[in-house]
Ligand binder design. Structure first.
Ligand SMILES: [Zn+2]
Length: 175
């Protein structure tokens, strides 16, 4: 039913909030995607929660939020990664505003430490240029994590089971 040729492959750089300067930009997605991430063999890998091969290995896991954004001074979209507390804050903004798409934001670290918490201030709304909207965070993350990408109109549970198989193969191969 789903063929590999229909796989959506998009890549965009992953951006984290630095300790030195705030990030200023505009949300392209309607909401933030919260993903539990395992830290395994020196890199992040997504948790598939049910029957997760990395949970079975008791690999440390932590939730993060991902949303595609445009940054001031950069023409192409990027994927912004924020810690769980900032992601939860963004979700409540999403509920209040019904969609984050088009809203301007400013994100910064609360201290000079790399893992300190992140504050996100949501500001005014500006229309999003149509050509810049079509960024699928799930597909970008798959590219970054070297996992299969989602296929066109593929149900989430179907995609998750393909990711689970890929993770199992990766764990069995030891990396
Ligand atoms: Zn897991």
């Amino acid at each position: 039913m789903y063929s590999e040729s229909l796989e959506v492959r998009i890549s965009a750089p992953l951006v984290r909030v630095s300790t030195t300067r705030p990030i200023v930009g505009q949300f392209l997605d309607r909401t933030v995607e919260i993903v539990r991430v395992h830290w395994w063999n020196g890199r992040g890998m997504p948790c598939v929660v049910e029957d997760c091969p990395l949970c079975e290995e008791a690999v440390r896991v932590r939730p993060y939020g991902y949303i595609s954004v445009l940054l001031v001074g950069r023409p192409a979209a990027v994927v912004l990664e924020v810690p769980a507390s900032a992601a939860t804050e963004l979700l409540s903004w999403k509920v209040r505003l019904s969609s984050l798409q088009g809203f301007l934001f400013r994100a910064y670290r609360t201290s000079g430490k790399p893992n300190s918490s992140v504050e996100v201030h949501v500001g005014d709304h500006r229309e999003v240029n149509r050509g810049r909207r079509l960024l699928c965070v799930r597909s970008c993350l798959a590219t970054i994590w070297e996992l299969p990408g989602p296929q066109f109109e593929e149900p989430l549970n179907h995609y998750t089971s393909r990711v689970r198989s890929a993770l199992r193969a990766r764990v069995a191969a030891g990396g």
